[in-house]
Design a protein around this ligand. Structure first.
Ligand code: ASP
Length: 320
């Protein structure tokens, strides 16, 4: 087993063999999840807490399902009705939960770096479910699994990541993962939404969809993250759709067998045409959701194995 991490905080810390190991385990869970009986005892007796300081549908639901399918006790913290509303800090909340001896905490927080800080304060394994504009590792892993299953490989592909890259942790984690596995990455969007330093990350940059999508194997669309914009980054949504919204005409610039991805939630008619998003011959958006459960089961399984090994090692040392 080559996945070595104690926590899953970002793609940045993972080596290519760890990424492949996690995807291989996730592949087995993808098959398992299609069986009628979807319950194992892998995490029996373990406690998983999900703590989300930002709204979530797919990520929160799939972590909860992943934990339950592996037999863990899963507790979902309702942040909106907890002491967080009384002003308790993230670290105080984390220390309180830590004292209840959970095995894994899954955290989403609006501040970049908050989850790494939390991981340094608790005894359990921590999974980053999205921190600010920083990382969303399980999203990049589920995207990678979806691509690998559809394209038959995860290297030497041309991947166009389009739209609001500057505010996107999904883009950042995907750039890191696809770069580690030697893919060609093109960032496509208006100059205001492409982060400075994109070229230093090894990415090509295009401000025009025809140029950016040329010969792409994968077209990954991103949501316009209006909640992270504090000024006018685009002239209007209509103008944005006209120039950067993905429709059949723009997709014709990519390879004929190119797949279309979107992490959700989608703004139909803003960054993507609704009919194209629903076209099962091109869009793999539902596959991404399905692979999300499998990847999160793999992540919980591998982290639990490492946690058990570390605890066994510590108990052995105490006896010695
Ligand atoms: N659901 C993803 C995230 O949490 C993408 C998005 O919100 O646009 O980052």
């Amino acid at each position: 087993m080559t996945f070595r991490g104690r926590h899953l905080l970002g793609i940045e810390q993972l080596a290519p063999d760890e990424i492949r190991a996690l995807l291989d385990v996730a592949e087995d869970y993808a098959a398992f999840n299609r069986q009628p009986m979807r319950r194992r005892d892998t995490l029996a007796g373990m406690t998983v807490i999900t703590l989300f300081y930002e709204p979530s549908t797919r990520t929160q639901a799939s972590f909860e399902l992943a934990g339950k399918r592996l037999g863990a006790d899963v507790m979902t913290m309702a942040v909106a009705v907890s002491s967080v509303k009384k002003g308790e800090t993230l670290i105080d909340t984390a220390l309180t939960l830590n004292a209840m001896r959970p095995d894994l905490i899954i955290v989403r927080h609006p501040a970049s770096g908050a989850v790494n800080l939390l991981a340094s304060k608790v005894d359990c394994a921590v999974v980053n479910a999205g921190d600010g504009r920083h990382e969303h590792p399980t999203q990049a892993l589920l995207d990678a699994l979806t691509i690998r299953r559809r394209k038959g490989r995860l290297h030497r592909l041309t991947v166009a990541i389009c739209g609001d890259i500057a505010h996107s942790r999904v883009a950042r984690s995907n750039i890191l993962l696809l770069g580690k596995l030697e893919n060609r990455i093109r960032l496509v969007g208006p100059p205001t939404l492409i982060p400075a330093g994109a070229r230093e990350l090894g990415c090509e940059v295009a401000h025009d969809m025809a140029e950016g999508l040329a010969d792409a194997d994968v077209v990954m669309m991103l949501r316009l993250q209006k909640e992270r914009m504090d000024g006018a980054f685009i002239p209007s949504e209509r103008e944005y759709y006209h120039r950067y919204g993905l429709d059949a005409a723009k997709l014709a610039h990519a390879r004929p067998d190119a797949i279309v991805m979107h992490p959700g939630p989608m703004n139909r008619g803003v960054e993507i045409d609704g009919t194209l998003a629903d076209d099962i011959n091109r869009s793999v958006i539902q596959d991404q959701v399905e692979m999300g459960v499998a990847v999160r089961m793999a992540a919980l399984d591998l982290l639990a194995r490492n946690l058990r090994a570390a605890r066994a090692g510590a108990a052995g040392a105490a006896h010695a």
